[in-house]
Design a protein around this ligand. Structure first.
Ligand code: PGA
Length: 251
């Protein structure tokens, strides 16, 4: 069963971007305001240093963060809570990105707690999952992703909303992408998992694809069933590239 969901095009700027790069957001705002682009939600997750400035630029570009601490406040030098990120203008938080799982040894349990703290602060967590190349070659991709979902996705209360991002680790920043059938099979498996866990509410959860998404492959990937948008790293840094991706929707 497929369900028409408004696509979410989410940019992850990672540790990139100084104040002068906000000009890219001006270009994006202009294009989105002129409604020359297809219907979709556009989100940019900049480094925290740019978050409040970017959030004030236009309502057409939603803003988010790339991580949060599990606590609301306290003695955690250098950390930032979900509540603070909401206060700075964020409406989404990426949690469990594979770079944080690898560089900061984040476990599924920690990712689950971060997603919960995002929800408690009224934000939408984008929960990232994805297999390594060795796991893909060993035919373990679906098993690994389901284990990550089991551990990383918190229970939901009331009208709380989550997003899942499927990002094969080996496709991130490499120019490699899985073949269309592998993306299709994985997204269908994630949808089935969501329905088993959340019943009918699992139908409305957006599942993003991430990993070397760019204007030249976006149309092919974003039209695969149960691909409800993209999480985009490198190609989100330039407004023209991101608009190139956005403009493939419905084209
Ligand atoms: P990429 O990164 O688009 O540069 O491959 C995607 C991501 O890490 O979210």
């Amino acid at each position: 069963m497929t369900h028409k969901l408004t696509p979410l095009i989410a940019g992850n700027w990672k540790m990139n971007g100084l104040v002068n790069e906000l000009s890219q957001i001006e270009t994006l705002c202009d294009a989105l305001k002129n409604k020359t682009t297809p219907e979709c939600d556009v989100l940019i997750c900049p480094p925290v240093t740019l978050l409040s400035q970017m959030s004030a630029m236009c309502s057409e570009v939603l803003t988010g963060a790339q991580d949060c601490h599990v606590a609301t406040s306290g003695a955690h030098t250098g950390d930032i809570s979900a509540q603070m990120l909401a206060d700075a203008g964020a409406s989404y938080i990426i949690v469990g990105h594979s770079e944080r799982r690898a560089d900061h040894h984040e476990t599924d349990g920690l990712v689950n707690a971060k997603a919960k703290s995002a929800l408690d602060a009224g934000l939408v967590p984008i929960i990232c999952v994805g297999e390594t190349h060795a796991e893909r070659l060993g035919a373990l991709a679906i098993t690994v992703v389901e284990q990550q979902l089991n551990g990383s996705v918190p229970d939901l209360e009331g009208r709380q909303v989550i997003v899942i991002a499927y990002e094969p680790v080996w496709a991130i920043g490499t120019g490699l992408v899985p073949d269309e059938n592998d993306i299709k099979t994985m997204h269908a498996a994630i949808r089935e998992w969501l329905i088993n866990r959340f019943g009918d509410n699992g139908i409305a959860v957006r599942i993003l694809y991430g990993g070397s998404l760019k204007p030249s492959n976006a149309k092919e990937i974003l039209t695969i069933p149960h691909v409800n948008g993209g999480l985009i790293g490198g190609a989100s840094l330039k407004a023209d590239d991101l608009l190139g991706i956005i403009n493939t929707i419905g084209a």
